[in-house]
Ligand binder design. Structure first.
Ligand code: HEC
Length: 161
C-alpha cells in the first residue's frame, strides 16, 4: 500500500506564522494611526537643515536683543513690501497669525523657507526675499524677529555662535 504524502506544514508553524503576520498588520495600523509616525518627515526636515549648514557654513547666532533688532531692520528693508510692515500680510501671507501655508511653524523650518524661497508657492516667494546677498546669520536674525512677535512659532534654533 502506498503511503500518502502530507505536504502541509505542522499546525503549530502555520499558527505561529499567522499570529506574527496578524500582529505585524495590527501594529502597522496602530503605528500609523495612533503613534503619529511622521517621524521620517521630521528627520528629513532636520537632515535638510544640516545639509544647508554643511554647504553654507551656516552661522546660527544667539537669540539676543541685538540680533532681534538687526532682524527687524532687515525685515523692514527686505520683507515688509510683501508681508506688510506689521507682518499682517500683503502679496505674501500674514506671518503673525497661526495659519501657515507651509507648516510646521518652527524656526528651523522658517529659516529654510526664507533661505530657499518658495518656488512652488502661489505666487512664489523669491529666495531670501530677493536679497541674495543675505547670509545665514542675517536670515536667522529675521527669523528671531518674527518669532519674537509670533509666539506660535516653536523656538527650536540651536545657536552655534
Ligand atoms: C516678492 C514678495 C515677497 C518677498 C519680498 C518676501 N516674501 Fe515671503 N512669501 C511671499 C509669498 C507670495 C509667500 C506665499 C507662498 C506660498 O504660496 O506658499 C511667502 C511666504 C513666506 C513664508 C511662509 C508663510 C506661510 O504661511 O507658510 C514666510 C515665513 C516668509 N514668506 C517670510 C519672508 C521673509 C522673512 C521675507 C524677507 C526676507 C520674505 N518672506 C520676503 C512673498 C514674498
Amino acid at each position: 500500500m502506498q503511503q500518502k504524502h502530507d505536504n502541509r506544514l505542522p499546525g503549530w508553524i502555520t499558527f505561529t506564522a499567522s499570529l506574527i503576520m496578524i500582529f505585524g498588520i495590527i501594529y502597522g495600523i496602530y503605528q500609523s494611526v495612533f503613534l503619529n509616525v511622521s517621524t521620517p518627515l521630521k528627520y528629513k526636515q532636520e537632515a535638510n537643515l544640516y545639509l544647508i549648514s554643511a554647504k553654507q557654513d551656516m552661522i546660527i547666532p544667539q537669540r539676543t536683543v541685538q540680533a532681534i533688532e538687526a532682524g527687524q531692520k532687515l525685515y523692514s528693508q527686505v520683507c515688509s513690501a510683501c508681508h506688510g510692515v506689521d507682518l499682517k500680510g500683503g502679496v505674501g501671507p500674514n506671518l503673525i497669525d497661526n495659519e501657515w501655508r507651509n507648516p510646521p511653524a518652527k524656526e528651523s523650518h522658517l529659516f529654510k523657507l526664507i533661505w530657499n524661497g518658495i518656488p512652488n508657492g502661489k505666487p512664489p516667494m523669491p529666495a531670501k526675499g530677493g536679497r541674495t546677498d543675505l547670509n545665514s546669520e542675517q536670515i536667522w536674525q529675521i527669523v528671531y524677529y518674527i518669532s519674537s512677535l509670533n509666539l506660535n512659532i516653536e523656538k527650536d534654533s540651536k545657536p552655534n555662535q
